[in-house]
Ligand binder design. Structure first.
Ligand code: IPM
Ligand code: MN
Length: 355
């Protein structure tokens, strides 16, 4: 009997619906040859809905989404909505309410993809960033007092408790073990300035490493230096683990080294619950409806979804399809420069992935 998955789809804003449609196309093609069945249910959360109804996200959204095996998200962000409203009200709220406490972001350069890093190729750029996805400054604690006066004070606090740090590090260690590449986990921090938060992270890192993962080698880098090494010596890295905002920043740098937002995928993971997969680039509203946006990042997110659901063969098929399309068909990853349209890229990958 076919293995069956209920997938909640949030196409979202801008080019989100276009790239998600290609991801679904590829998933359907792979399902047909792997004895998998998908049931996709679409949700219209995003900027359009907010402008139309005034509601950012229904109260019951996360309760409803919890019923699915996974969530497939296009992009959130609308040019007519003030920055922060949709991001906080949809994306961050779902991450929090569904307790997706890991943001998994592979940085992998595929053959035939141009990287801005000099003298680096696919053999050099292949690591994974485990970004803590529930705490830090994203907690939202803080405020402004005496606003508008010369004395105004703005505070935004980086908050972590041991529970959050432990579960993130445990996940990262286990992930490093499972990845089985160089069995090296690097903690990325700022122990020289953030002497409270990273004191906690560093102590827990060595505690858990020593007691539970003695087979995993431990390294530590300051976050600023990490940016430097990601450019100069990316081949050093196997798995990096870091707090939320540092992870946000370094994964944009990582993305550009693997060819840019056209290919960078991510998963918001709740290891015991429902995870949400998304291309990490934005909604790119100016390209909406032109059939020129690159769907590979969304397709690669679908691959991550398959991995997380334990459908390793389906995941390998999708990755193989991406690699083949890059080899044979796609000229450049940039929107409008692919030498083919969004839907054609989806067609090619779907065809290769199901061959
Ligand atoms: C990301 C994004 C989000 C984040 C924004 C849109 C809230 O930049 O997923 O990396 O900061 O996490
Ligand atoms: Mn980001």
């Amino acid at each position: 009997m076919a293995r069956s998955y209920d997938i909640a789809v949030i196409p979202g804003d801008g080019t989100g619906p276009e790239v998600v449609a290609e991801g679904i196309k590829v998933l359907e093609a792979v399902a047909a040859v792997e004895d998998i069945r998908f049931d996709f249910t679409h949700f219209d959360f995003g900027g359009e809905r907010y402008l139309r109804t005034g509601e950012i996200l229904p109260e019951t959204a996360s309760e409803e989404l919890r019923k699915y095996h996974a969530i497939y998200l296009g992009a959130i962000g609308h040019p007519d909505v003030k920055p922060g409203i949709l991001e906080k009200g949809i994306l961050l709220r779902l991450r929090f309410e569904l307790d997706q406490y890991i943001n998994l972001r592979p940085v992998k350069l595929y053959p035939n993809v141009e990287t801005p890093l000099k003298d680096k190729g696919p053999g050099h750029i292949d690591y994974v960033v485990v970004r803590e996805n529930s705490g830090g400054v994203y907690t939202g604690a803080g405020g402004i007092t005496m606003k508008g006066t010369p004395h105004e004070v703005a505070v935004q606090e980086m908050i972590y408790n041991r529970f959050q740090v432990e579960r993130c590090l445990r996940y990262a260690f286990a992930f490093t073990r499972k990845r089985n590449k160089r069995k090296t986990l690097a903690l990325v921090g700022k122990t020289n300035v953030l002497t409270y938060v990273f004191d906690l992270w560093e102590r827990v890192f060595h505690e858990i490493g020593e007691n539970e993962f003695p087979d995993i080698k431990r390294e530590y880098y300051h976050v600023d230096a990490t940016c430097m090494w990601m450019v100069k010596n990316p081949e050093w890295f196997d798995v990096l683990v870091t707090e939320n905002m540092f992870g946000d920043i370094i994964t944009d740098l990582g993305a550009i080294t693997q060819g840019g937002m056209g290919i960078a995928a991510g998963g918001n993971i709740n290891p015991g619950g429902v995870s949400m997969f998304e291309p990490i680039g934005g909604s790119a509203p100016k390209y909406t409806g032109m059939n020129i946006i690159n769907p590979l990042a969304a397709i690669a997110s679908a691959q991550m979804m398959m991995e997380t659901l334990g459908e390793d063969r389906a995941a390998a098929r999708i990755e193989g399809g991406i690699v083949k399309a890059l080899q044979n068909d796609i000229k450049s990853l940039a929107a409008g420069m692919m030498g083919m349209g969004t839907t054609q890229v989806g067609d090619r990958v779907a065809e290769y992935a199901s061959a």
